[in-house]
Design a protein around this ligand. Sequence first.
Ligand code: ANZ
Length: 958
Amino acid sequence: MSETNAAAEVAAPHRYTAALAADIEARWQDFWDAHGTYEAPNPGGDLAGDAEAVARPKKFVMDMFPYPSGAGLHVGHPLGYIATDVFARYHRMTGHNVLHTLGFDAFGLPAEQYAVQTGTHPRVSTEANIENMRRQLRRLGLGHDRRRSFATIDPDYYRWTQWIFLQIFNSWYDPEAKTARPIDTLVQQFASAERPTPDGRPWAELTESERADILGEYRLAYASDAPVNWCPGLGTVLANEEVTADGRSERGNFPVFKAKLRQWNMRITAYADRLLDDLDELDWPEAIKLQQRNWIGRSEGARVDFPVTDHADAKITIFTTRQDTLFGATYMVLAPEHGLVDEIVPDAWPEGTRDAWTGGHATPAQAIDAYRKQAAAKSDVERQAEVKEKTGVFTGAYAINPVSGEQVPVFIADYVLMGYGTGAIMAVPAHDSRDFAFARAFELSMRCVVEPSDDRGTDPSTWDDAFASYDAKIVNSTGESVSLDGLGVVEAKARITEWLESRAIGEGTVNFRLRDWLFSRQRYWGEPFPIVYDEEGVAHALPESMLPLKLPEVEDYSPRTFDPDDSDTSPETPLSRNEDWVNVVLDLGDGRGPRPFRRETNTMPNWAGSCWYELRYLDPHNSERLVDPETERYWMGPREGQPHGGVDLYVGGSEHAVLHLLYARFWSKVLFDLGHVSSVEPFHKLYNQGMIQAYVYRDSRGIAVPAAEVEERDGAYWYQGKQVSRLLGKMGKSLKNAVTPDEICAEYGADTLRLYEMAMGPLDVSRPWDTRAVVGQYRLLQRLWRNVIDEGTGEVTVVDTEPDEATLRALHKAIDGVRQDMEGLRFNTAIAKITELNNHVTKVREVPRSVAEGLVLLISPLAPHVAEELWCRLGHPASVVHEPFPVADPAYVVDETVTCVVQVKGKVKARLEVAPSVSDEELEALALGDQAVVAALNGAGIRKVIVRAPKLVNIVPA
Ligand code: ANZ
């Protein structure tokens, strides 16, 4: 403490200081815990409570829960937590039953990597980190219902994550009913022959493993062998959503390769349409909705069959979004992995094969083999990159364009992906840039079938690039039985689709970019799959009674990589090293008695635990059900304005747009379909908070120096006598600029920190942290304190008199403004209004009690500890948390009158004192009736009156 501060404390022993703040904050935090102040009652069950509170409208206010990292929190992390806390507190004071809590997303790689390095069990380090974070969060005065907090690593929690996996495994998607249904309903359809088996044999005659294979094609969770994203750096496979645009892991930035592995998947694609359609009803930022829409990527187009020349029964089915350009298809391309390739290659190059098409190989088979090897080394992203150099080879086969009857050569090229559409395209080089580049490189012919709107003419051989447009006319497109000439694109698409369908050689289809969600990881620190394999290799669900299936102990957590080019090798998962756990004899309760099984040794991705955590907050101790239905309906169910139900406010970063937010929506829909929940969507309103940035100081070598030790002099920055540069960056340990909430709380108290974070700017905008500016909010609290308490004696100084008119106006205007700001999450402007009122009150000699109390109530969501203390000292026995928020008296909110200027021919002729709410009509009548205006018009007629209520009327005489 500085000397001046010490002197001040002697003179004013009851001043609001950091020491006093620390005392107040600790006392009230203990009080809240002891009294369960933030406990929200459920309508029933173990958390049932006060019926009156349950009868209030509900508000479920939620944060994206944190990963308990070893570094603990820096001041950037709680920005969103403080914001939701303020919002939750405001709603408690406006008559709502508010559910607000916070858990921990605690499975995941960092703890496991730490375990590999140090041998510490991930549970040990994770629980220590959780403990530390809980302490840091408690210090901030967050009003969480602690009874409802949990971590995803708690066996009581992941038991239900496993249970949901089983529900998903045990269901299929019925596209006709557009809903998930129990897999038994499908089995019945096969058994009763209502649905034929793939090869027509009766269901009863199929072996168990044959049946399992058939059902696997339908289950919403299924294992399949497919090329997957293999990341050796992380020692695991990754979902598409976890791979960046440049083909690297989103976490850690390691290269990602394709490898064929047997993996678990979630059939999220079955829900593509619903995931898209239901976005419309959600109150989410448009940018996030757009990212989801693009990720789901719905394309309307057609599938068209091209018969293969000399192969009577082979046909190539392509997917196109431009079936209107069918007459312009002059060659075809299959993905190198396409299954038809081997079937259609001839033994030798046909007559007339150009040298450019063979890649210098003696036979088509050799050319294909060499090209496939080359393509396999590239990721999908690299294959789709906008490179002008297109590669490929001719297969030696030709197909027939069904409308023009022309023979078109069939190529393989890596710019066509196996995982999209049908893995085959018709190439229309005149109107698709990729095809254009390919056709140029391989000297293929082009035909213009969409009339260019510029002056390039209709001979594509003279063009620099394809002409791609939806807003043009079709030309050159007349065949024997169909013509598209003269039609617009949309009409042409409709006409040709009809023609294709009438001949059964094609059909209109919708295609999605979304892929199924790859759901297994070769890691230790995740939920084990509740799946075992019998001796035949058939996967069986564990019965519910065997949940939770707990993670076994292992000696060694490290991932063991493998050679993706050698199909005899595969990644070794840490769980597989515990043979005792892996090989078990179990009675699955299927009437077959105890049998030997092998457990699945992959674990679930860290997204699993966050797919449904909102539901567990509702009913955290339920050991009988996922969530009690009545409780779920109460907090999450559909209601007016929220037709799909969901959390009322969900705050978090925008980086989860196509990961967590998509996965959680998918699980919600499955649970809804199966009747476990009444809400179709998990999060009704989503809000993305900005980031707290921090200055990074670097020395002449570019190395970051500790920001806290940098001094500013004459507009420059100095560290240990040497000048350093300053740039805005992320806050964190590695850039040596992390500021912890603990430091700020120690220096000023949690209320000051809360106010500062909320005052920094609009919540959705990123803002630079500036420790020196924090003191501004500290001063606000000191002035507030002085307005109520005598710093010398500690006595309450308010008086029981009526406030004067000006003070009443200041108070009610602040109440009105703060209410609106609280509703709209504009906490920075709310603080500005409170500061203004506080400054006004500072000038009043004796502060009336009603004004002081109003001020305390207004600031209480933002600075709850000091508000509790003042409220208590003002003589109220109950906590301020459940006090009603002040309501503005409209009579004091409006400025009594505003001055309206009346102009005639642009010159001011009169000034009217009018109510701010005056209507245009009223104002026009008042202006035209004014004596001075009548005189100025002098009998002239009126051509026009321009009214801008309440401030201006402009009259133009005839
Ligand atoms: C002919 C055509 C003509 C096409 C034209 C486009 C423009 P979106 O809109 O993203 O769905 N395509 C189809 N399957 C593909 C695959 N597996 N790999 C790479 N490209 C593929 O894209 C659909 C278009 O992408 C399809 O329409 C097809 O090219 C190509 F003037 O067919 B189009």
